[in-house]
Design a protein around this ligand. Structure first.
Ligand code: F6R
Length: 592
């Protein structure tokens, strides 16, 4: 049953697999890195004793995908097993404290502190439930946690904070899972566990409590009518749309990586005499934002290079005093890996930002930071782009330390604004999706579309262009707005759609000049503006207003890219294409 349920959850993460059951006074664990069927071939996951068990598929955040980091994680005496989705931000403090008390750790995961801390409290005389609740009250970060123990067999305890967890009520059986699709063929009766709640499951039923004070919660089950397929997309028509919506959460998750990793990478960058940011496609656009940020917040000259061009363009300049900052969500893009390998051979230090722990890029790196996005199924990068930008901005902010009061202040403003972006994205998704859909349908016949911006918004314009052309197959153009008058403007004729990325930042006045130039030639102006920007609104045929007030320009690509993702999505769907699997493209380009 668990094996089949994991199959339905594999799209959420698949670098390692584990199962644990309890029988008598023993836990039985099978786990390893690899995809579900590979691990099953090796260990036969269906052969575990008992009638209470937990399974997990992992997408690594802390610790590479190797056997010891797979879940479940257990305490010192293999009596308490825990699986976990999410990130425990303060695990380093717990680990230090528990090690001082004699606990032995076997993994590099943040998760492992949970069974050990629970073990510690049980040793002090608490019940398993109390010990778990007390541990939860001290955790910072995001989690859905499920605990199974031979101390109280035929019981599962689970809890959630910011990561999803749903309960299922069967006939003499109870279930919990990170999404309904896991148990949908077994029961249609479900209870959603809310933020800050925990639940105790046994075959006869489910008890829900508030984690904070153990106050009981009564909640009626709901009847689920979704198919397994629509449940994996959480009701969205496509994975891409689901992933666009997930950005509210993934930005928060990208921000959870401990400051020590940023300081480590910042130290390497500060030491380097030369910095090249190497990436392809969407990751290159994130890298562009990164290079703006490194120059503005830290006074560093970091040149962004398209990875496939690095060896031709700058390899002669690469030496042991060079740092290569490679950005790649998959960590397997051949062009990026080649740039990294060529540079490594010349002694450069390799730093990377990637969404895939255990990827080749991660293994080639001296220091890496994970994006913590979970797998992205849609071929077009969406949530991974905004999280790359968030990580790069935090990295630049870490480098602003000791760079003078003005830079430090700017860095603080950037980090503060970063923490506001999930709410802004939420607002855009609630109030602007229909506006964007209508704009998309109104330009569905356009033979070409242009995206313009200035400053860091050039990166946003480039990203909007890439999303649109790869998903709708409409040849699209993106330019620095100021450059457009040096040639491109001759293309403009009556009704040509030009999308301006026009936040109210230091480029605003000049962008207005560029809008007027385009308008005078008959272009149809579609502008992304800060809410209430009447000046640009009055010059535009359509506007999408970005809520949340004034954002530091470096942060604006995170918010302003979201409507452009939606524009590409609705244009693609409107033309009858499949935005999840655009033609001729692969999620990970492993050829030169
Ligand atoms: C566009 C897109 C691609 C990737 C590029 C690099 O939506 O997804 O352009 O960004 O192939 O991939 P990674 O980031 O895996 O190196």
């Amino acid at each position: 049953m668990i094996h089949q349920a994991l199959k339905r959850l594999e799209y959420r993460g698949y670098d390692s697999v584990g199962e644990v059951t309890v029988e008598g006074s023993r836990l039985f664990v099978k786990k390893d890195s690899g995809r579900l069927e590979e691990v099953h071939q090796k260990y036969n996951l269906d052969d575990l004793p008992g009638s209470t068990g937990v399974g997990h598929t992992r997408w690594a955040t802390h610790g590479r995908p190797v056997q010891e980091n797979a879940h479940p994680q257990v305490d010192c005496h293999s009596r308490i097993a825990v699986v976990h989705n999410g990130i425990i931000e303060n695990y380093v403090d717990f680990k230090r404290d528990l090690e001082a008390k004699g606990h032995k750790f076997f993994s590099r995961t943040d998760t492992e502190i949970v069974p050990h801390q629970v073990e510690e409290y049980v040793k002090q005389g608490m019940s398993l439930e109390e010990a778990f609740r007390k541990t939860l009250s001290q955790l910072e970060g995001a989690y859905s946690l499920v605990l199974l123990s031979s101390l109280v067999p035929r019981t599962i305890i689970c809890a959630r904070q910011e990561s999803p967890l749903v309960l299922g009520i069967g006939q003499g059986e109870s279930y919990c899972a990170s999404d309904i699709s896991a148990f949908l063929p077994l029961t249609k009766r479900a209870v959603v566990l809310e933020e800050g709640e925990m639940a105790i499951l046994n075959p006869s039923g489910i008890k829900i409590l508030k984690t904070r004070d153990a106050e009981p919660v009564n909640r009626d089950p709901i009847s689920i009518t979704w198919s397994v397929e629509s449940a994996t997309k959480e009701g969205f028509r496509h994975f891409m749309l689901k992933e666009v919506h997930e950005q509210v959460q993934t930005i928060k998750d990208a921000m959870r990586t401990h400051q020590i990793y940023y300081d480590l990478m910042a130290g390497k960058l500060a030491e380097a005499k030369r910095i090249f940011v190497a990436a392809c496609g969407t990751s290159y656009h994130a890298g562009l934002v990164g290079s703006f940020a490194l120059s503005r917040l830290a006074g560093l000259d970091a040149r962004v290079v398209i990875a496939s061009e690095l060896s031709e363009e700058v390899l002669d300049l690469v030496d042991k005093n060079t740092a290569i900052l490679a950005v790649s969500q998959s960590g397997e893009t051949m062009d990026t890996l080649n740039a990294v390998r060529d540079s490594k051979a010349k002694g450069a230090s390799i730093l990377s930002i990637t969404n895939v722990m255990g990827s080749t890029l991660m293994r080639l790196s001296d220091v890496y930071i994970g994006q913590n996005c979970g797998p992205e199924i849609g071929v077009a990068g969406t949530k991974t782009f905004t999280s790359q930008v968030a990580v790069l901005l935090r990295l630049a902010a870490a480098l602003a330390k000791n760079k003078g009061r003005e830079k430090e202040q700017r860095a603080r403003e950037v980090v503060d604004a970063l923490y506001r972006t999930p709410e802004i994205i939420q607002d855009i998704l609630h109030t602007k999706e229909e506006v964007v859909r209508r704009i998309a349908l109104s330009i569905i016949g356009a033979p070409s579309i242009c995206f313009l911006g200035r400053g860091v918004s050039v990166a946003t314009a480039l990203e909007g262009r890439l999303k649109l052309l790869e998903l709708s197959y409409v040849p699209a153009i993106a330019y620095p707005a100021g450059e457009s008058k040096h040639g491109f403007i001759s293309v403009i004729e009556e009704g040509f759609p030009v999308v301006f990325v026009a936040p109210k930042d230091e480029t605003h006045k000049k962008v207005i000049g560029n809008i007027m130039e385009m308008k005078a030639r008959g272009a149809r102006i579609i502008s992304l503006i800060q809410e209430g920007d009447d000046e640009v609104r009055s010059l535009s045929d359509d506007v999408v207003e970005i809520p949340g007030g004034k954002l530091p320009s470096l942060v604006s690509p995170i918010a302003y890219t979201v409507p452009l993702q939606l524009l590409a999505y609705y244009l693609s769907v409107g033309k009858g294409h499949d935005p999840d699997y655009p033609r001729n493209l692969a999620k990970s380009v492993t050829v030169e």
